[in-house]
Design a protein. Structure first.
Length: 139
């Protein structure tokens, strides 16, 4: 874990990661409309992942591995109910679906599944933006 000390860079990093999450979500929507459901699942997951990293950055934390970022998000924010417990399950499912979409040769991603992953990412991003805005307003 790395610590961030420069307030300006903390805000910049949080905003950059939120912007990355928004771009990934936009890409997921484009891919969904093109019936590229596995690729849409991938981008929806990365939207969630970048949003998680925005939360970590807001609190001056950083993790190099996906596994660590997600585990610490669940420990620090889901178990403490800063974010709803349901989101922890949705993140785990998004990670599993992304992995299957990317690496399982015969995985068939459905339209409904991709649509749900995009909705989870969209809802999560709203929660993250609200949370990060509250944190950034205090620093």
């Amino acid at each position: 874990m790395e610590q961030h000390d420069d307030i300006g860079s903390v805000k910049d990093l949080v905003l950059y990661r939120i912007e990355s999450a928004k771009e990934d979500l936009a890409s997921a929507n484009i891919l969904f409309e093109a019936n590229a459901y596995k690729a849409a699942n991938n981008r929806a997951y990365y939207s969630i992942f970048h949003a998680i990293n925005a939360v970590h950055a807001a609190n001056r934390k950083s993790y190099k591995r996906h596994k660590d970022a997600i585990a610490n998000f669940n420990k620090d924010y889901v178990r403490t109910e800063i974010f709803p417990r349901k989101i922890g399950h949705q993140i785990a499912e998004a990670e599993e679906i992304r992995h299957a979409s990317d690496y399982d040769d015969f995985y068939i991603a459905s339209k409904e599944e991709a649509e749900e992953q995009i909705q989870v990412a969209k809802s999560f991003l709203v929660l993250v933006q609200n949370y990060c805005n509250e944190i950034l307003d205090k620093i």
